[in-house]
Design a protein around this ligand. Structure first.
Ligand code: ADP
Ligand code: MG
Length: 397
């Protein structure tokens, strides 16, 4: 069956009802509480997190909800409507590489909080998950799952959940994903899931972890930000990500800097790199950091339509210099621009996943039609379209 082409956000209480129903049918009784955390999209700042750069993501109105109940026998029992594999086992057995599969994202959060001594040895949890965040589309369903559960654990154990408390939870979620799941991730996804605010993007400095909110109101600017999930087939891209990181690390060593962010003389740095490939990679990173600052400045002046050109330049740099785009992403971006988008680019790590297009509200229908047409003419998978109003951070319902 074909997926629907436009996926409208579902009210968070409806998603919560799904998690609660799953909880009742799996575990019996009622949950102690219900917590939601959002997926995200990165407006700009791609492949700069590991270079100590700046990123500008915001939370989507698509959420992952966990219904959870505390136990006193050190066991985790978890089930999800998005997975055929429930998992249960003692939390004391959790270690890098165990469990495998989706339960690692859940168990890893408790493991990481235990490392810092904030979770009593006997604590365990029954957890039921239901989500409207597309899984594996580059919209960070993984961080939504970790953060919804981390907030649940914190609330159930009486840990702080103010901004400082959330920063501790962000660090635990990052460790869960890096060390227990074994996925390399910089921390942008968890930060925005925990710190986002409706009507704002989060300007996050990956060098020190500082962040600030930047107003982002597409509607009052007569615009829509379309998220285009290309539905591209999954590719083995771990190697590519690792190669890009290694190139950047090598360039830092060659240039004698800790991170590329520390470079002051951009032209001098590019001229002194030995390999043409390093020049292109570094040029992307340094240009992208400048583009994030440019977009944040334009947003501060509420010049939404003017960010379009910067988004498109970001895409060209990712495509030509960083070489992480794909035929599906290029097709979606080109079609959106042809049909009147102010700007468009791939978002996320690349090689598939999603693109975004900043579109005047009266051209949305044209852009959707053109993106669908272009994909069909090129015999590519049918994309689906999500709505992207900047939404709330993780919260208890
Ligand atoms: P993304 O975060 O971009 O969606 P990832 O590969 O980082 O893609 O994370 C996807 C993985 O996270 C899934 O394969 C699954 O293991 C886990 N996951 C995310 N959401 C859920 C969910 N609602 N239920 C079960 N597992 C989930
Ligand atoms: Mg992820």
């Amino acid at each position: 069956m074909n997926a629907p082409r436009r996926v409208e956000p579902v009210d968070v209480h409806t998603v919560a009802a799904g998690a609660e129903a799953l909880f009742r049918s799996t575990f019996g009784g009622t949950a102690d509480g219900v917590w939601a955390a959002p997926g995200r999209v990165n407006l700009i700042g791609e492949h700069v997190d590991y270079a100590g750069g700046l990123v500008l993501p915001f939370a989507l109105p698509y959420v992952t909800v966990v219904a959870a109940r505390i136990r006193d026998d050190n066991r985790l029992h978890c089930v999800s409507t998005q997975s055929a594999d429930p998992w249960q086992g003692p939390l004391s057995d959790v270690t890098p590489g165990r469990p495998t599969g989706w339960a690692a994202y859940v168990a890893g959060v408790v493991w990481a909080l235990r490392q810092s001594g904030t979770v009593p040895a006997e604590a365990g949890f029954d957890v039921a998950v239901h989500s409207t965040v597309p899984v594996g589309a580059g919209l960070s369903s993984s961080a939504a799952l970790e953060c919804a559960f981390a907030l649940a654990v914190a609330d159930l154990l009486g840990l702080p959940t103010d901004t400082d408390g959330r920063r501790t939870l962000i660090a635990a979620c990052i460790r869960a994903e890096n060390e227990i799941v074994g996925a390399s991730t910089g921390g942008m996804d968890q930060s925005v899931a925990m710190l986002a605010r409706p009507g704002h993007a989060l300007l996050l400095d990956c060098r020190g972890g500082d962040s600030r909110l930047v107003p982002l109101d597409f509607e009052s600017a007569g615009a829509q930000l379309l998220v285009i999930d290309t539905n591209a087939p999954h590719r083995l891209v771990d190697g590519q990500y690792g190669t890009r990181r290694a190139t950047i690390e090598k360039a830092c060593a060659e240039l004698g800097v800790h991170t590329l962010r520390d470079i002051r003389d951009v032209d001098g740095a590019l001229a002194s790199l030995a390999s043409p490939e390093s020049v292109r990679r570094v040029r992307h990173v340094l240009g992208e950091i400048r583009r994030v600052i440019e977009v944040a400045d334009l947003l501060a002046q509420n010049r939404i339509s003017d960010i379009g050109g910067v988004l498109t330049r970001s895409h060209l740099s990712l495509r030509n210099d960083y070489e992480v785009s794909s035929v599906e992403l290029d097709c979606a971006v080109d079609a959106a621009l042809d049909a009147g988008a102010w700007g468009a680019r791939m978002t996320g790590g690349g090689f598939g996943g999603s693109a975004i297009a900043l579109v005047p509200a009266d051209r949305v229908g044209d852009v959707v039609a053109q993106v669908l047409d272009s994909a069909a003419s090129a015999a590519l998978p049918t994309p689906q379209f999500l709505s992207a109003a900047p939404s709330s951070a993780a919260h208890r319902l």
